[in-house]
Design a protein around this ligand. Structure first.
Ligand code: ACO
Ligand SMILES: O=CC(=O)O
Ligand code: MG
Length: 555
């Protein structure tokens, strides 16, 4: 076999030894020769196309940034004008009014999500995942067991036993594999690095597709961070190949695509069209969308400068244009329009924080439900009920509002790009917070956890990307805060050093600080004010290299 696992199974990386019994069992279940041969086939058939599409992203970006604009593509005008619909949704996906998101490992997170009362669990191998080897493989084992409704867990930290509930339906599982950009460096195929998306999708599909299909439970996926309809075509070809390879009917895969990059907002119809036999809907992934706007137009001048992260809300005109267009496009095509994530997190020990989170989440979900979304995301089990109540009150007896057409919506390219319509300002405190969050999140990520509450907000890979890229943009455009501070590289280094010291005090554990926070601070510092001065496309890429080097014993 040309697929090689680089992890030495007799000398496991720290990520795996930390949960050795679970890891060993998971590896035995998941890393079978047949499953790996399937991943290898995906790689040999599709990796070259994936690489070409990734390379094309920067070409497009440079052109758009130089022009200071994007437009709907002339070559696909017939797709936008055409009268077509996506395939009808299978029973289990018709009502998705509440979707809880969260990592698929440890198993207690999976069980809590499945038991939460949400209609769907987005099992996240992406924004909320830290892709060390043990996480990837134990997540796959949890998904395998979840598919067979045979998952349990004992948490030695709190002494609790976790079982799947039998008194109410479990959430339907929709798996989010990694985006096209992320490599999987724990394996090689023909000597080259693996591809995260092929490992995640390939292992899940190989082990579970037939079983899920037989029971009407799937296989269902969320597809992140695409920038072009040809990337959707690649996914569609992967699905068709995978179905054929395992002798399963064409079209059993149903995928919901996150529209979370600015170029993709101009290709919603095209993306659905490419995937039409396999498409279930689109989702408004607001956090990566903001990150993408900053990244895409980072050197395009003042029109694309955003105020402090906390000031940019979903009611800013350019964000509203994006969600309105998404609902209109989806319902015209018979596809679900799924709302995004309000980042406010309840805290079971602090009622005031919980009250505030409930109010903010209720307002966010109410706007979405009234606009025509068919359901939305929550980040925490305690938020399921609120989202459910809001959508219940709008949907009534109906499972969704696919019938709600939005002929009143008329969104133009200028509306989507009207970034300067966001109210608010860049402040000293906003700058400081961005640096704090970027370092604190990256440290947690390096330690093996892809989502964390910081200052009562959910932070994940997408939100941390906003923080660090916003500061890059401010430094490189010579921005000044409302208080009159010029945001220079030197100033950022000074504030960063102060925030790192603050974190040192808060962490209060010299070993942990050195292992995770110091490298995190170094990555953030280099990416914002480093010598190469260039923008790094993803924060998680250099961080992943650290994880892999540690795991494979090279560091
Ligand atoms: C931009 C985007 O892509 S958004 C989607 C990606 N992001 C996510 O999915 C984040 C999901 N949310 C989370 O991971 C978590 O809620 C966090 C990290 C933000 C907070 O987690 P915690 O600090 O553990 O919260 P808290 O202590 O209040 O949790 C209470 C209980 O709920 C569980 N819980 C919290 N969030 C979730 C979740 N999303 N799924 C399942 N269980 C959860 C905890 O495991 C804990 O269970 P326990 O009582 O059995 O131990
Ligand atoms: O994946 C969701 C997002 O907001 O980013
Ligand atoms: Mg995202």
């Amino acid at each position: 076999m040309s697929l090689q696992i680089k992890v030495d199974l007799n000398n496991l990386p720290a990520s795996a030894t930390a949960n050795a019994p679970e890891y060993k069992e998971a590896a035995g279940l998941i890393l079978t020769d047949e499953a790996l041969a399937f991943v290898e086939k995906l790689h040999t058939n599709f990796a070259a196309r994936r690489n070409e599409l990734l390379a094309a992203r920067e070409e497009t970006r440079k052109k758009d940034a130089a022009a200071g604009t994007i437009d709907f593509l002339p070559e696909t005008a017939d797709v936008r004008a055409g009268d077509w619909k996506v395939a009808e949704a299978p029973e289990k996906l018709r009502d998705r009014r509440v979707e809880i998101t969260g990592p698929a490992t440890p198993a207690k997170m999976a069980i809590n999500a499945l038991n939460s009362g949400a209609k769907v669990w987005l099992a996240d191998l992406e924004d909320a995942a830290a892709p060390n080897w043990a996480n990837q493989i134990t997540a796959q084992a949890n998904l395998y067991n979840a598919a067979r409704k045979n998952l349990s867990f004992h948490d030695p930290n709190n002494g609790k036993d976790y079982e799947l509930r039998e008194d109410a339906p479990l959430a339907t599982v929709v798996v989010r594999p990694r985006g096209w950009h992320l490599p999987e460096k724990h394996i090689t195929v023909n000597g080259e690095d693996g591809v995260g998306a092929f490992l995640d999708f390939g292992l899940h599909f190989f082990h579970n597709a037939a079983h899920l299909h037989e029971n009407g439970d799937g296989p269902f996926y969320y597809l992140p961070k695409m920038e072009h309809y040809l990337e959707a075509r690649l996914w569609d070809d992967v699905f068709t190949f995978a179905e054929k390879e395992l002798g399963l009917p064409h079209g059993i895969v149903r995928a919901t695509v996150l529209i979370e990059t600015i170029p993709a907002a101009f290709q919603m119809d095209e993306i659905l069209y490419e995937l039409r036999d396999h498409a279930a809907g689109l989702n408004a992934g607001r956090w990566d969308y903001l990150f993408s706007i900053i990244k895409h137009f980072r050197d395009a001048g003042g029109d694309f400068a955003l105020p402090d992260r906390a000031d940019v809300s979903m009611t800013a005109p350019f964000m509203r244009a994006y969600t309105e267009l998404l609902v209109q496009t989806c319902h015209k095509r018979g596809a679900f329009a799924m709302g995004g994530m309000a980042a406010f997190i309840p805290n079971r020990r602090e009622p005031e924080i919980t009250k505030n989170a409930f109010e903010k989440v209720r307002a966010d979900k109410t706007r979405e439900a009234n606009d025509g979304f068919d359901g939305s995301w929550v980040a925490h089990p305690d938020l399921v009920e609120i989202c459910q109540e809001v959508f219940d009150s709008v949907l009534g007896d109906k499972p969704n509002q696919l019938d709600k057409q939005r002929p009143d919506v008329n969104v133009t390219a200028a509306d989507l790009l009207n970034v300067s319509s966001a109210e608010g300002s860049v402040t000293d405190e906003g700058l400081r917070l961005n640096l704090y969050v970027a370092v604190a999140y990256m440290a947690v990520w390096l330690s093996g956890n892809g989502a964390v509450a910081i200052h009562n907000l959910m932070e994940d890979a997408a939100t941390a990307e906003i923080s660090r890229s916003q500061v890059w943009q401010q430094v490189h455009s010579g921005a000044t805060t409302a208080e009159g501070t010029k945001i220079t590289a030197e100033h950022v280094q000074k504030v960063l050093a102060e925030e790192v010291e603050r974190l040192r005090g808060e962490v209060n554990d010299a070993e942990r600080f050195e292992k995770y926070y110091e490298p995190a601070a170094k990555i953030v510092s280099t990416m914002i004010t480093g010598e190469d001065k260039d923008f790094h496309t993803f924060l998680t890429l250099p961080a992943y290299d650290i994880v892999v080097a540690r795991e494979l014993g090279d560091a």
